[in-house]
Design a binder for this molecule. Sequence first.
Ligand code: GDP
Ligand code: MG
Length: 306
Amino acid sequence: MGENKIQIKVKSGFIAVVGRPNVGKSTLINSIIGQKIAAVSPRPQTTRKNQLGILTVTNQYLNAQIIFIDTPGIHRPLHKLGEKMNREAIETLENNDLILLIVDATQNPDEEDETIINLISNLNRNIPVIIALNKIDLLNDSNIKKQNSFWKKRMPIAEIIPISAAMGRNFDELLNKIIALLPEGMHFYPEDQVTDLYEREIAADLIRVSALKILRDEIPHGIAIRIDQYSERDENGAYIEATVFVERESHKAIVVGKRGKMIKKIGTTARLEIEKMSSRKIYLRLNVKVRKDWRNDEKVLRRFGY
Ligand code: GDP
Ligand code: MG
């Protein structure tokens, strides 16, 4: 019998996942990768850094590595943090092999969607674009069709795929389309690697998300987390000490709460999230400190890795 040699295609590429806050970027990456690597929050602006979610798909015909980059979103530059995030977003777009624009199909496109669309239309390079119409679990078929034709007209160059990131709907179609558009080339990461973030960075993000969730609107975006210690305690546990930075004394009082009640609650919530992420026992200690104007301080921003 003659050997039928099938040429296995090796593909790999970077996918910029863009879209305004709260459309479901982190949810999508997490459910595709199957691990909690990007913080998901019912409130916007919890993903601040560009995080990687790596998926390697292997079958008898191909060997493809999809590297998702969760962008912090594109915001109007209200202060330095915003400007810096904007610059990063533009660079992120141009350095990638594919742009995956996530939109919330339950809402009409707003100013922020338009900002992103204009950005994509004005890039120096021609990069393929996929628009994922997310949250279709909340819509009926006729509304999905309406959204579909709206986006087709708005961005004729894009492929449009309705999905539900939360329910895992249409992931196959989405992944097949992504793989079809990926360039051929060697993989950048080992097959079993799912992210490039160190566990301590993920932990910092989970603490930030927990704090924002519990504080609600009391301290809008005014906190930063620094991990001061992250060490193995015994064979199945780790000890984490972290500092929550706030901008004002009055904010510190809110974060600490009456007799430390608030910070205790934040700590418990964060600890449970980190335990879920790392599958082991976590001992978490949180401190609260005032660092005036940290959001406008370049040095501080760099140290926190923004
Ligand atoms: P990001 O800011 O774009 O990263 O958005 P997140 O992934 O943090 O999601 C924002 C909110 O939308 C969260 O409360 C998610 O649970 C919710 N969400 C995300 N995807 C879906 C979806 O497909 N269906 C529904 N119903 N909710 C979703
Ligand atoms: Mg996010």
